[in-house]
Design a protein around this ligand. Structure first.
Ligand code: C2E
Ligand code: MG
Ligand code: MG
Ligand code: MG
Length: 279
């Protein structure tokens, strides 16, 4: 009896797995060529300076609108792109498009100072020279290097600190800044800051979300800001959804802030509108 149930159970499990694998393979096939078919586009989430709430930059976020499947979240398709290796073709396209777009904002007052922060996956770091791609994109677009930021996650840095450090060095020599994304979710944040001297860290939104009810999260956030400032590192907080969160971060002199309360990711047209209406 038990054996039978176990067997059925296994069969069910295996079928569910097949289904998941099938979906994954299907998604990978669909993602191939999605850029060329115009299903992928970039949105730009405003980043503000806390001190005067001035718009200083944007984070570039990729969106996939599939004709049948609808909007597929990056948390799903970026992982597929990463695991299949597609990210190696996609990543440079995002970088290039972001640089080209940032140049267009220069025509609007305030836009000539806006930085663009581009997410880069671990795989883009390990295969091929990211700094070559960055330099080519800057040259082609004419965007000043100082207006490009690269966001690396802690997981991209873990295990290959030497590689990350040498890449960082190259990017720095060209004048490009590097931020550590989702900071605090990895394991050894402190040692990374020593081995991989980044220009900024982005405090993960899970800290910001729990700051008000969890004293530990507030203490950690406060400590991260103080530590980074002692090291001369810029601190960005992401995921600000409420004024109270903004206030807590402002009191602690967090340099830059980003989140739905301040601004949702925008199309390029919407961003230009925002620039035009910003003081
Ligand atoms: P991330 O780099 O940490 O980006 C921030 C994510 O938080 C974005 O999700 C953004 O829409 C979301 N967010 C912003 N403000 C708030 C807020 O107030 N509350 C909440 N709950 N969320 C907020 P998104 O666009 O879904 O992207 C998810 C992740 O996918 C990104 O996390 C990044 O790791 C990855 N990703 C997105 N675009 C790219 C890309 O072009 N290349 C690579 N390699 N990864 C990307
Ligand atoms: Mg990011
Ligand atoms: Mg993040
Ligand atoms: Mg917590």
């Amino acid at each position: 009896q038990a054996k039978l149930a176990g067997k059925n159970c296994y069969r069910y499990y295996s079928r569910a797995m097949d289904h998941a694998v099938e979906r994954r393979v299907h998604m990978e096939q669909e993602l191939r060529g999605a850029w060329e078919r115009g299903e992928l586009h970039l949105v730009y989430q405003p980043i503000y300076r806390t001190r005067d709430r001035r718009l200083v930059g944007v984070e570039v976020l990729l969106r996939w609108q599939h004709p049948q499947l609808g909007a597929i979240p990056p948390s799903v398709f970026i992982q597929v792109a990463e695991q299949s290796g597609l990210i190696e073709q996609l990543g440079p396209k995002v970088l290039r498009a972001a640089c080209m777009e940032a140049r267009r904002w220069e025509a609007v007052a305030g836009g000539e100072q806006l930085f663009v922060s581009v997410n880069v996956s671990p795989r883009q770091l390990r295969n091929g020279d990211l700094s070559d791609v960055v330099v080519a994109c800057l040259a082609e677009s004419g965007l000043p290097a100082s207006r490009l930021h690269i966001e690396l996650t802690e997981t991209a840095v873990i295990g290959d600190e030497m590689l990350a450090a040498s890449l960082l060095d190259k990017l720095h020599r060209h004048g490009v800044k590097v931020w550590l994304d989702d900071f605090g979710t990895g394991f050894s944040g402190l040692s990374h800051l020593r081995q991989v001297p980044v220009d900024g860290v982005k405090i993960d939104k899970s800290f910001v979300a729990d700051m008000q009810r969890d004293p530990d999260d507030l203490a950690l956030t406060t400590a991260i800001i103080a530590m980074c400032h002692a090291l001369g590192i810029t601190v960005v907080a992401e995921g600000i959804e409420q004024e109270a969160q903004f206030d807590l971060l402002a009191q602690r002199s967090c340099d830059l802030v980003q989140g739905y309360w301040l601004g949702r990711p925008l199309s390029s047209t919407q961003l230009v509108q925002l620039l035009k209406t910003s003081p």
